[in-house]
Design a protein around this ligand. Sequence first.
Ligand code: G6P
Ligand code: MG
Length: 220
Amino acid sequence: KLDAVIFDLDGVVTDTAHLHYVAWRDVAKEIGISIDETFNEQLKGISRMASLQRILQHGGKAAHFSTADCEELCARKNNRYLATLASLTPESILPGITALLQALRGRGIRIGLASVSLNAPVILNALGISHLFDYCADASRIVHSKPDPEIFLLACRGLGVAAQHAIGIEDSLAGIQAINASGMASVGIGEDLMGAGLLLPSTRELNWHRLDVYWQRLHP
Ligand code: G6P
Ligand code: MG
């Protein structure tokens, strides 16, 4: 039986994945590193500091920056990101998400959030949907970013459900790997998400019926 659906936030519930990219792109440019959207795919689902490390490595500058420098760069990125978050309203929820959340609630299926973003609570508040989530895993409590399953397992535990009775929804490759490693069933939003149990091009195609059909197929 399906007991819970656990959502990633950035790129699934709202389009903050793009805002993360713009903030990193600008900070990277200031230190002479250029990143594009293809490279950005690698940053999805990865914590703030781990993202910076990947950018520095990509630019061949990992050795040029001290721990203190890295902390300053992360703070700079986050300030820029926070400034762009000011534009978030309930209208920024991606198509299909609100209807799905309501359908799940109507069926008594628990709803969780598994984002490694420390800004997740602020974002859910700005979108006006905090009350629709039964449990949000606290990113400050996890040690390993996705693709480690830690954040999804924390969400399952918080919801009081077994991973085998839950579906996870993700827009990143690291996220799909995390879901699969947790023992949950995985739904990918986007293209080229290898390993996703069900792959949908966008949240527009995401609805209760499709999740139900997918679950029935896995558990006939
Ligand atoms: C999510 C996003 C990443 C972001 C991470 C940390 O996983 O997909 O792009 O780096 O959260 O977000 P934060 O808001 O804490 O910097
Ligand atoms: Mg994401």
